[in-house]
Design a protein around this ligand. Sequence first.
Ligand SMILES: Cc1cc2nc3c(=O)[nH]c(=O)nc-3n(C[C@H](O)[C@H](O)[C@H](O)COP(=O)(O)O)c2cc1C
Length: 344
Amino acid sequence: MRLFPTETGHWLALRGLQAGLGPRERTNDLPALAQPLFGLHFANPVCVSAGFDKNAVAISGVARLGGGFIEVGGVTPRPQPGNPRPRLFRLTPDRAAINRMGFNNDGAKAVRERLSEYRAGTDMAQPLGVNMAANATSSDPAQDFVDLVKAFSAVADYLTIDVSCPNTENGQIFLEPRALEDLLARLNTARDETGSRPAMVAKLTPDLDPAHLRELIGIIMAAGIDGITLCNTTTARPATLQSPNASERGGLSGTPLFEMSNAILRTVFEQTGGKVPLIGVGGIMSGADAYTKIRAGASLVQFYTGMVYGGPGLVQEIKRDLATFLARDGFANIAEAVGSEHRS
Ligand SMILES: Cc1cc2nc3c(=O)[nH]c(=O)nc-3n(C[C@H](O)[C@H](O)[C@H](O)COP(=O)(O)O)c2cc1C
C-alpha cells in the first residue's frame, strides 16, 4: 500500500478489508487482556482509531483484525467532501503522517444505516463507538452534535465528542471552556431524551497549555462524561522532523506525537485520580508503545498511523506483546497495569 499515494493506499486497504481480505475470523483473546469499562466488556484494549473507517464501509473487516473495540467516523450530520486533495501526507523518515482531511464523510444517515445493518448481521460483540463532528459550514455546531447524539444513540455503545480537529472551521470551537460546558450539558440532555445510554467520551487535542487543559478536564468531569480520549493530531512541528512533507498544513500523527500524547495522558490521569477511563492515542507503533500508554494511565489504546507503517497485523502484534509484558511485570490483567507508572 505504501507504493501508492497516501490516500489511495488508505482507500485500497479499506476496500481490501471490505472484500474479506485480512483475517477470516476473530481469534479468542487471553482473559488477562479483558476488562469491563462503561458497563461494556472489552475483550482486549486495542482499537484502530477514528478516521480509518470514517464511513463504516469496512466494519466487519476491521472487527476481524482483532481489536477489542471499534470506532467509526468522524461523522458529521450532513455528508461533506472534506478539503481539496492532496490532504494526507506520509512523513516516512519520521514514521509520521500529516492530514488535513477536513471530515470527508458520507453523513449520519448513510453511516447509521451501515451500522444498523452490521449490528443486525454480526455475531462479533466488540463495543462499537461513533466519532462525531460538526459540519464545517454549520451555523450551529452544537446543534450538529445534538443531532448526532440523537442519530447514533441507539446503534452505538459509545459516542466520541471530537472537539479537537485542527482541520475544519468548527473543529476546535468547543475548546472555549464555556462553549464546552454548554455543549456537554446539551448532549447529556439529548442522550437522556433518546432513552438509550451510550457512554460519552470527549477527545482532546495535545495543543493546550496546562491551565487550559486543567479547566477543560474539570468541565468534562463535572458533566459526568464517561471517558476521555487523549489525543488527536498536533499542529506542532517538532524540530526533529526530517521529511520534506513536514511543512504541510494539518495535524501531525505518528511517532513524533508519542511523547507529547503520553505527557498529556499522564497529566490527565493525575488530575482525574484515575477515576475516568482514558483512551490513549498517539504514536503507537508497537506493543511496547501501547504498554507505555497503559502504564501512563490509558485503560484503552488506539492507533492510526501505526497501520500505515506496520500494517493491519499490528493489532495482533500489540495484543501478543501486551500479554507478555503483563506476565513479565507480574500484573494479573490490564486493569492492574493501568496507571501503574504513577504508583511505582
Ligand atoms: C487520515 C487521518 C484521519 C483522521 N480522522 C479523524 C477523525 O475523523 N476523527 C478523529 O477524532 N480523529 C481522526 N484522526 C486522528 C486519529 O484518530 C488519532 O487521534 C491520531 O492520528 C493520533 O494517533 P496516531 O499517531 O496513532 O495516528 C485522523 C488521523 C488521520 C491520520
